[in-house]
Design a protein around this ligand. Structure first.
Ligand SMILES: Nc1nc2c(ncn2[C@@H]2O[C@H](COP(=O)(O)OP(=O)(O)OP(=O)(O)O)[C@@H](O)[C@H]2O)c(=O)[nH]1
Ligand SMILES: [Mg+2]
Ligand SMILES: [Zn+2]
Length: 371
């Protein structure tokens, strides 16, 4: 049976937003691959199409994060059978999982658009890191997606170690569902299927080598793997480091986006989300005797009392401080970036004004559009 739009994740809200575009004979498509210059898109019926972004879509994007990304629904103009099909519009994102782009910039980088479930993969050993997990939790809370964590490679470590790792992650947040899996057989992977019903999109994230692509391979299964040509190519790369994100449709229903390993999980969240995440600590801070309490040796410090009384985990408090600091730095960088843009805009105005003055002196047409 050919894939329907619903199989690809289409729903009533997208349908409503698309109404004006049907009138222009544009077609809905979901972006499955970003080839830099072109994108791969899946259309109703499951046909894959190579598409390019229209200049208009490019110019209307306020920043990189607003450009079409894997997982996005777009309006595609295939008209006049002349050149390449063109993306005319990007539909609003119902969820958006993003992080701060690596490096010094404060730009937002979209990891997956319209994912219903973010599946973080880790293991109970070398990759295990609760502080990093807290960042994933904060980022997912902001994205609007549900969070599932897989403690993978369970065949390599003692059962108690896997159990303990899973339990420690559960302790971080009541919103996260944690499962122990192995990607070398299909048993553990059945867990993912329970989330990925027809039309539901999951996105796999986590460090390089934790088994994201191996899980995909298991989900695709031996037989399907051969039948689904598009996917075959991807699954063949299973043992290698994934270099580009890719959206795949599972035969039993559900959609999965495989991502390259994430080296740094920088915060891209706001203060509000952070405060919610650490509401217990916020409440304690309110009880400190002095409003500028440094929570060190200060008199009447509620934080210190809670730590000493064993009510507050000191590591949890420290990671709250670290996240807090990171967000402060980020907003500072963003402010500076904004100032640079404004300065540049003013300079451009001055340059334009000067050019105009030169042209007028030379007797040229002052309106650049009439040249
Ligand atoms: N024993 C065991 N090995 C696993 C398991 N999952 C993955 N591996 C192995 O770990 C290695 C890395 O697996 P990948 O699936 O490529 O990891 P990845 O997360 O996709 O890595 P990147 O694409 O670099 O982000 C491969 O050699 C897999 O065979 C598992 O559950 N158990
Ligand atoms: Mg991979
Ligand atoms: Zn205090």
């Amino acid at each position: 049976m050919p894939l329907t739009l619903a199989d690809l994740g289409w729903n009533d809200a997208f349908e409503a937003e698309f109404q004006p575009f049907y009138k222009k004979s544009w077609k809905p498509g979901r972006l499955i691959r970003d080839n830099k210059i072109t994108y791969g898109a899946l259309l109703d019926g499951g046909d894959e199409l190579e598409v390019v972004m229209s200049g208009d879509v490019y110019h209307r994007a306020e920043n990189d994060a607003a450009l079409p990304a894997v997982g996005d629904w777009v309006a595609i103009d295939t008209g006049r059978a002349m050149d390449e099909p063109v993306i005319r519009e990007r539909l609003s994102r119902q969820t958006c999982f993003s992080r701060k782009a690596p490096g010094k910039s404060s730009a937002e980088q979209v990891i997956a658009a319209n994912a219903d479930v973010v599946i973080v993969v880790t293991d109970a050993d070398a990759d295990f890191n609760l502080r990093r997990m807290e960042r994933y939790i904060a980022l997912t809370a902001r994205s609007g997606s549900k969070l599932v964590v897989l403690v993978n490679k369970s065949d390599l470590f003692p059962a108690e170690q896997n159990e303990q790792a899973a339990e420690e992650i559960r302790q971080l947040s009541s919103d996260v569902e944690v499962h122990i899996t192995t990607a070398i057989n299909s048993e553990g992977v059945e867990v993912i299927r329970t989330y990925l019903k027809k039309g539901v999109t999951g996105t796999l994230v986590g460090s390089s080598g934790v088994g994201k692509s191996s899980l995909v391979n298991q989900l695709l299964g031996g037989e399907e793997w051969q039948i689904t040509a598009e996917v075959n190519e991807v699954s063949g790369k299973g043992r290698h480091t994934t270099t580009a994100r890719e959206l795949m449709v599972l035969r039993e229903g559900g959609i999965l986006i495989d991502n390259p390993g994430i080296r740094e999980v920088h915060m891209w969240t706001d203060e509000k989300t952070l405060r919610e995440q650490f509401a217990d600590i916020e409440a304690l801070v309110m009880q400190c005797k002095f409003h500028d309490c440094k929570h060190g040796s200060d008199k009447g410090c509620a934080i210190r009392t809670a730590v000493e009384g064993g009510e507050l985990d000191v590591e949890r408090y420290e990671s709250f401080l670290r996240l807090d600091e990171e967000i402060a730095k980020l907003s500072l960088r963003r402010k500076r970036g904004q100032m640079n843009i404004e300065r540049r805009a003013k300079r451009d105005h001055r340059v334009k004004a000067r050019n105009l003055a030169d042209r007028v002196e030379l007797g040229e047409d002052a309106d650049p559009n009439n040249r």
